[in-house]
Design a protein around this ligand. Structure first.
Ligand SMILES: [Zn+2]
Length: 213
């Protein structure tokens, strides 16, 4: 999930006008950014997911972000909002992804395996968040619509990448509803290594080791 997270930042900005939008965007993407930052340090994908998205580390990340916001603004409400926006990322990822809430805990619903459904959910979230922001924020008329269209196009492009990146794709063009390897009774996809962009992006569907043969 990407643009669905942006929606939370837009809605929060519409409600709490004194919090800068870049802060809210950073907060809403903080777990994914932390996971990216851990990549060059040789931390495995599963551990990176744990340290950035699983409890109790995700609460620690939210508390850290809230503390930084409080140190800069000395405003309790800003700190609370920033912390909660970080945690909203974990809640939304529990819908779209399959990462566990904590190590050994319940997994996410993995709605991203149904790619069109994922797009509809994210698009709807973004639309609501963007509309709320538009009602409160002065924007150029072209930007009001263009930005929404560009974000939807970006998300569609990102999801299409996971369709097209064969043979590592988690879905197929001809059958986007279900992982294609399942549909074809094929081997599950394997990662191309730690620098694989899909893997770095946290796309699920990889197996940890290559299947034999
Ligand atoms: Zn995430």
């Amino acid at each position: 999930m990407i643009i669905g997270h942006f929606a939370v930042a837009y809605a929060a900005r519409a409600r709490w006008r004194r919090i800068p939008l870049p802060w809210l965007l950073l907060a809403t993407m903080a777990p994914d950014l932390l996971r990216l930052c851990l990549a060059p340090w040789g931390v495995g994908m599963a551990s990176r997911n744990d340290y950035s998205h699983a409890l109790p580390w995700s609460i620690g990340l939210a508390a850290g972000a809230a503390l930084v916001a409080w140190m800069v603004r000395r405003d309790k409400e800003t700190a609370w909002v920033i912390g909660l926006v970080v945690l909203s990322h974990i809640a939304l990822d529990m819908l779209s992804g399959r990462k566990p809430l904590w190590v050994g805990g319940p997994n996410g619903l993995n709605l991203q395996q149904f790619e069109p459904l994922e797009f509809v959910i994210e698009g709807a979230l973004l639309y609501v968040g963007w509309r709320l922001l538009r009602q409160r924020e002065q924007m150029h008329p072209a930007a009001r619509k263009l930005a929404l269209a560009l974000m939807l196009l970006g998300e569609a492009g990102y999801l299409t990448t996971t369709l097209l990146a064969r043979p590592y794709a988690t879905r197929c063009i001809e059958h986007p509803i279900q992982p294609c390897w399942k549909r074809r009774r094929d081997q599950p996809p394997t990662s191309r290594g730690p620098s694989d962009p899909l893997r770095l992006a946290g796309v699920d569907g990889f197996v940890r080791k290559r299947p034999s043969g």
